[in-house]
Ligand binder design. Structure first.
Ligand SMILES: Cc1cc2nc3c(=O)[nH]c(=O)nc-3n(C[C@H](O)[C@H](O)[C@H](O)COP(=O)(O)OP(=O)(O)OC[C@H]3O[C@@H](n4cnc5c(N)ncnc54)[C@H](O)[C@@H]3O)c2cc1C
Length: 412
């Protein structure tokens, strides 16, 4: 099978590039092995949340000027970052995920631990404030689902009380959830979101209204609206007062929804999404990648003019740490890392981890390097790239989406 572009990895980065290229008229295939890091997304996308000393950043675009030259934002050019960042929320909205926020000013989101964190874009049904203390309410009801494994209201309560909010705690359920509870392992937010529809939403909302008493605002675990925002919207409407979902600690409903809606959108506009397939080998002619083999298409090679490597970092096995080296396991691309194994990580897990900045080596145009030579047609996007510490600087989704859009522009 022949495509204009084949993308290895279908997380935020692969899908952003894929959508942009299909819209430009290309025939594009995304091959994606499995879950992406979107499945654990907090409901917020980060662009540049914290400076070198972990102080919150107010203006991400301004703060990027202080980044090292090796950082993906500096390498793609800050003017390109500023130009492409406003395209991300509309792309998500077209897919069916409504997010708010701007690249010119971070807002504050509420974590499941009750801590306020900076964010670039936050899904519309989660809370987003101008400053960490600008809650417009004094009295909140934190309402949990009886038996839910992924949500810890006491942490949230402690955090909100520190910010001067009076909190009441309550639990609710409905028949559909109670049936699910027969098997305690089913009590995950994503499983509950599958049964929360139609009548179940109405009966749960009635319980919520009663449990909330005279609270001005309701905080509820993000456990509704898995395939689209529709059921989440209905529950919020039925709650009859300000109602916000709080991200849960395990697989995230809003993250899975984002992944699913982007996938569906990519297919709807004409892209090929090969889900659950794994690129296992590349066939090269010198520095040019001609085709890839996958587990499902072993005998039928997938060829393309260009390839984007968006297989993620260690978490998604885009890169692998062996005892003596960091390797890219599929195409044999060169990697960028420093030192020997003991120098890759800090034993204090709360300190900066050197391995966070490791990635696939590229030239200035994000073309991968293999055996010391620049490849002609393999581009690297997203968290596979070196130079960003997404945890400490809060830049994960920004690097993923914006490097992908930048590369798509290059190969359109
Ligand atoms: C657990 C977790 C939570 C995070 N939460 C947030 C958050 O809340 N906000 C934020 O801004 N950032 C967050 N991040 C940072 C995150 O890295 C980025 O936000 C971004 O989603 C990364 O996207 P990506 O497409 O580069 O990589 P990934 O999301 O890792 O996607 C890579 C994809 O490639 C596939 N793949 C790998 N190898 C192959 C192969 N050989 N063949 C085919 N497919 C392959 C994988 O299965 C996966 O689907 C989080 C990261 C992690 C690990």
């Amino acid at each position: 099978m022949k495509f204009d572009t084949i993308i290895i990895g279908g997380g935020l980065s692969g899908l952003s590039a894929g959508i942009s290229l299909v819209k430009a008229g290309q025939r594009v295939a995304v091959v994606s092995a499995g879950q992406s890091s979107l499945h654990f997304n907090s409901g917020s996308f980060e662009l540049m949340g914290y400076d070198e000393n972990h102080r919150p950043v107010e203006n991400p675009l301004e703060a990027m000027k202080g980044l090292d030259e090796e950082h993906p934002y500096r390498r793609m050019g800050l003017d390109n970052v500023a130009r492409l960042a406003p395209q991300v929320a509309p792309m998500l909205a077209d897919a069916g995920v409504r997010m708010r926020g701007t690249a010119a000013r971070n807002h504050w989101r509420l974590s499941p631990m009750g801590v306020m964190k900076t964010a670039w874009l936050t899904v519309e049904d989660h809370i987003a404030l101008d400053s960490p203390d600008s809650f417009p309410w004094k009295k909140a009801a934190i309402i949990n689902i009886t038996g839910l494994l992924d949500f810890f209201p006491r942490f949230l309560e402690t955090g909100l009380r520190k910010r001067g909010m009076e909190c009441s705690l309550a639990e609710v359920t409905c028949n559909e959830i109670a049936e699910q509870r027969v098997s305690a392992t089913e009590m995950r937010a994503t499983n509950i979101a599958r049964v929360l529809q139609g009548k179940a939403l109405e009966s749960l909302a009635a319980e919520i209204r009663q449990a909330a008493g005279d609270a001005e605002v309701i905080f509820f675990p993000s456990a509704a609206g898995l395939e689209s925002m529709k059921n989440a919207d209905i529950l919020r409407e039925l709650a009859g007062r300000p109602f916000y979902f709080i991200p849960t600690m395990s697989t995230s409903v809003s993250g899975v929804r984002c992944q699913m809606t982007l996938q569906k959108y990519f297919r709807r506009i004409g892209g090929y999404y090969m889900i659950g397939d794994v690129v296992s080998k590349g066939n090269f002619d010198g520095n040019r990648l001609l085709s890839v083999e996958t587990r499902n298409f072993a005998s039928d090679r997938l060829s393309a003019d260009n390839f984007i490597f968006a297989a993620g970092s260690f978490y998604s096995h885009g890169m692998v740490a062996t005892p003596s080296a960091i390797v890219e396991p599929v195409l044999g691309l060169d990697t960028e890392y420093r030192g020997s194994r003991p120098e890759w990580y800090n034993e204090d897990i709360f300190k900066k981890q050197p391995y966070m900045k490791f990635g696939i080596a590229t030239d200035a145009d994000f073309r991968a390097i293999r055996d010391g030579k620049t490849t002609e047609n393999i581009y690297v996007a997203g968290s596979s790239l070196p130079g960003a510490d997404s945890v400490n600087e809060g830049s994960g989704a920004g690097v993923a989406a914006l490097t992908a859009l930048h590369i798509a522009e290059k190969i359109k």
